[in-house]
Design a protein around this ligand. Sequence first.
Ligand code: HAM
Length: 415
Amino acid sequence: MYRAPRGTSDILPREQAYWRYIEQKVVNACQLYGYERIDAPAFEDTKLFSRSVGEDTDIVEKQMYTFEDRGGNKITLRPEGTAPVCRAYLEHGLHNLPQPVKLYYIASIFRYERPQAGRYRQHYQFGFEAIGDDDPALDAEVIDMAWQFFQSLNLRHLSLQLNSIGCKKCRPGYLAILKDYYASHTRDLCSDCKTRLKRNPLRLLDCKKPQCQQIANSAPRSIDYLCPQCDEHFNRVKRYLELLDLPFAVNHRLVRGLDYYTRTVFEIQPEVEGAQTTLGGGGRYDDLIEELGGKPTPALGFAAGIERIILNLKKQNVPIPPLPRPQVFIAHIGDKARDEAIKLAAALRKNGIGVIEAIGNKSLKAQLRQANTLGAHHTVIIGEQEVKTGTVILRDMTTAQQRTIPIVQLQEELR
Ligand code: HAM
C-alpha cells in the first residue's frame, strides 16, 4: 500500500471547513488592509533561496528540497514565500507602481524537517508582504493586521513578541559583543550552539535547549546596541503599537530563523510554551530586494502556518461554520420513478437548489438512511403512484413528517 510521504498529509473533506474558514478570514483581512493576491511558482532557482534566506540557516543547510531538473537547472521547492514575492516584484517592475506594494499569498511550503505535531515537510502558509517603504507606521500596520487576523479567527490566549535586530550598520557591532559574551560560555553550550557561535551567532539566542536558554537570557540585547536611526525606528513602532492598543512584549531573544531580517522582527505565539508552537512570524527585510539585484527597497511582511492555526482552533474548541452542502435528497422506487428523479434533480440544480440523487437500486429504507447520513433537510420521494399523478412526497427529515404535493410546486416549497 502506498502512503502519503512522511511529513505530508491529505486534507480530507472533513477537514476542509477549517481550511475554508481560515482562507475566508485571510481574504477579509487582506481586503481590509488593501493587499492583493499573488501566486508564485512552487519552485524557483535554488540561488534565490540560498541568497535570501541565508547559507548558514537551518532552512538552506538542511531543509531544502533541491534537485537538478532534466535540463540541468538547479531547482528548489519553495521553503518560504517572501523571496519568490520579491523576485516577482523585481521581475515585473512592480517598483513602478505606487509604493508600498501590498501582496499576499496562500501557498504550500516545503521543508525537510523531522515531522511532529505542527511540523511537516509540506505545510501551507498564508503570508503578506508590504514592499517599498520604511515608515515605522507600516511596521505597526503589518503587525496590527497579523494580530487582527488571529482575533478574527476567534483564537485567544496569544502573545505578540517584538524585537529589533538592527541594520547592516549597527548589527556587526552587536554581533561582536554577543560573540564575546558567548565566548566565555562555550563549554556549557550544546553542540549546535557551538557551531552557531562560529557561523550565525544571532541564532544562539533562540536555542531551545534549557542550558543554552539560561545563557541566552543574560546575553547582551540587540536593542541596547541599535544605531540612532534603528533606535528611533523601533521607538516609533512601539509607540504606534501602543496607539493601536496591541499587547506586545519586547523579547530580546526573538531573532527569527531567516537571515534577511533587519530592524523589526515579531512573532505571534500561543501563551502555552512549546518548541514548535509559533503561529506566525515576520519582520522587516530592508536589504533583500537590493541583494536580489534591485534598487534599495525597504519592505516587511508576515507569514503564518495554516496547519498550526488549525491545531490551535481545535485545542481551543473554536466553532467552525460548516461548509454548504445539498440539503435535498431524492429517493425513488421503480424504473419510471428513477427517470422522473433524474429529470427532477437536473431541474432543481439548474435553479440553484443543491440535490443529491439516490444512485443504484436500494430499498426506500436504505435511501432514507443515506439521506440522514448526508444531513439532508428534506427528502423528495417518488414512486409509481407519484409518477402517475404528477406529485412527489416531501419528507421533512427532522420531524419525519411527509406530505404529497404536486411536482410543479416542489421548487417553491423547497425554497
Ligand atoms: P517562518 O517563521 O519560517 O517565516 O514561517 C512562518 C510560519 O510557518 C511559522 O510561524 C509556522 O507557523 C509555519 N511553519 C514553518 N515551518 C513549518 C513546518 N515545517 N510545518 C508547519 N508549519 C510551519 C517565514 O517563512 C517568512 N517567510 C515569514 C515572513 C514573511 N517574513 C517576512 N515576510
